[in-house]
Write a protein that binds this ligand. Structure first.
Ligand code: ADP
Ligand code: F6P
Length: 471
């Protein structure tokens, strides 16, 4: 019997996904995709907390496991629940709406019902796990009702909520049929964190418009309680990323990658979950046109596009995969040579060493989302550029653009401008690129994930010692 937890993170996913071997019944764990896991993993390791989340499987859900000092507590979801709560309400209703409606949202009443039921289950598991007065940090859009549900069960807890994705302008948010319930759910927290100041402002405006509460600056009084909403831009484990990138193994692998690609003069890299918010199609279009008009040519220039498999049963993701793969095929058909494709397309997950090697091998990193809460790939690329070389092409619609001022900024909706910026990034003098990269790297040394977590938890009123759980 383990003692109750003093520090808990609640997220839709655990940091590792379970897959159960059909014959042996053995559970195998693999790292889960996405920025949330990247950011929270080092925080939990430092604080020895408990992480409550879905194990990514609808087969027999494994029991709690200990992983590097973190207790992982799986929440069970049935196939139908995954379809309605995760693929439906979270990823076909909320996700597109919160990303500027770059794809239309689908609203179904049955999905909402399951979203409520699953949020309730997360709240119950957490209420049973938390010690008296514990700190609970709830994550992201899949669990927006959990703060209020948890408060109802456990008013003794200190509750934080962090939204990893953008919060949309009120004109868009108003489309959501359950807009009031969602806001009231989030307002169960003591502190609500956003990636960027604009997201916090959008949220405060939505509260003012939709609920009876009247925000005063960043504060909202909810039934006599003070709730605060503010920006806490997330970051990466800069030191960890830099140290992996400096290892002999990665240095060697980066050389091999360049050699395997035919030692191009310019290697352009994209690394994204295969998501329509990431602007992969726009990036490919710009690259195709640069090859067409002769500004770039193969094999002097090569693009590597890593597209991590994501949400593969959601219709819009299937359509996107089809379109991206067709475009890659078209570009290679028109501009590739025997043994020398123009785009190397990799629909796979990689470990941190292989990703770091790709970052170190790339001359230009293209991060061109149509909208993105932060984008950690952009930060990881900078952390990996241990000799201050390389150029980052970064969309102005990524949260990271507000911080990484050394990047070459692009508007991914403007293909002509993106082509120009690509060429600028490729041809800029080494000295200029070095200055830009240096600036971003020194920013990231200071503003790392530890600073993000400490900033949020301090604002939540948690003394540092309180999250060093003794179990
Ligand atoms: P999002 O959270 O929308 O996926 P981010 O850029 O913030 O976007 O975070 C993505 C995270 O996933 C990064 O930490 C990145 O290293 C990791 N990642 C992206 N692609 C892969 C891949 N193919 N294999 C393993 N990890 C990946
Ligand atoms: O913040 C974006 C996010 O949805 C996270 O919650 C998650 O870690 C990541 O993207 C990956 O998405 P999913 O868990 O749906 O695979």
């Amino acid at each position: 019997m383990h003692s109750k937890a003093a520090f808990i993170v609640v997220a839709n996913r655990l940091p590792i996904d379970a897959s159960v071997d059909e014959e042996s019944g053995e559970v195998q764990w693999v790292r889960s995709p996405g920025g949330l896991v990247t950011a929270l993993e080092p925080v939990l390791r430092d604080h020895h907390g408990t992480w409550i989340g879905w194990a990514g499987t609808t087969e027999a859900t494994p029991g709690p496991v200990d992983s590097e000092g973190v207790r992982l507590l799986p929440v069970e979801l049935s196939k139908d629940e995954v379809r309605a709560y995760y693929e439906g309400y979270s990823n076909a209703s909320l996700w597109p709406l919160y990303h500027d409606a770059v794809e239309p949202s689908v609203f179904r009443r049955s999905w909402w019902k399951t979203y409520c039921e699953v949020n309730e289950r997360f709240a119950e598991v957490c209420a049973a796990e938390a010690a008296e007065g514990a700190v609970v940090w709830i994550q992201d859009y899949q669990l927006q009702l959990v703060p209020a549900m948890l408060r109802e069960r456990r008013p003794d807890l200190r509750i934080g909520f962090f939204l990893h994705i953008p919060f949309p302008p009120v004109e868009l948010f108003m489309q959501l049929p359950q807009r009031r319930q969602i806001l009231e759910g989030v307002l169960g927290a003591d502190l609500i964190g956003f990636q960027r100041p604009l997201a916090a402002e959008n949220f405060l405006k939505a509260v003012e418009t939709v609920t009876e509460y009247e925000p005063k600056g960043h504060l909202i009084t909810v039934d006599g309680r003070h709730v605060s909403a503010d920006a806490f831009p997330i970051s990466i484990d800069t030191e960890g990323n830099t140290s992996i990138a400096s290892s002999a193994r990665v240095t060697q692998r980066a050389k091999e990658i360049r050699a395997e690609l035919g030692d191009p003069e310019t290697l352009i890299l994209g690394v994204d979950r295969l998501d329509y918010t990431k602007g992969i199609e726009q990036r490919l279009k710009a690259y195709r046109e640069l090859l067409e008009d002769g500004s770039m040519s193969v094999p002097e220039t090569v693009m590597v596009q890593v597209a991590t498999p994501s949400r593969e049963r959601v219709e819009q993701y299937r359509v996107l995969r089809h379109r991206v793969e067709r475009e890659v095929g078209r570009i290679n058909g028109d501009f590739g040579k025997v043994g020398l494709p123009a785009v190397h397309y990799l629909h796979q997950s990689y470990d941190r060493y292989e990703l770091a090697a790709l970052y170190r091998a790339a001359d230009v990193m293209a991060v061109t989302p149509l909208r993105d809460g932060m984008n950690l790939v952009a930060k990881e690329y900078c952390a990996a550029r241990i000799d201050d070389s390389g150029a980052l092409l970064l969309s102005e619609f990524a949260g990271a653009a507000g911080e990484l001022s050394g990047a070459y900024r692009v508007n991914p909706y403007d293909i002509t401008q993106m082509k120009r910026r690509f060429m600028t990034a490729v041809t800029a003098p080494e000295e200029e690129k070095r200055e830009r990269m240096e600036k971003m790297r020194s920013f990231l040394k200071e503003y790392n994930v530890d600073r993000w977590a400490r900033g949020f938890l301090t604002a939540l009123g948690v003394p540092e010692s309180a999250t060093d759980e003794t179990r």
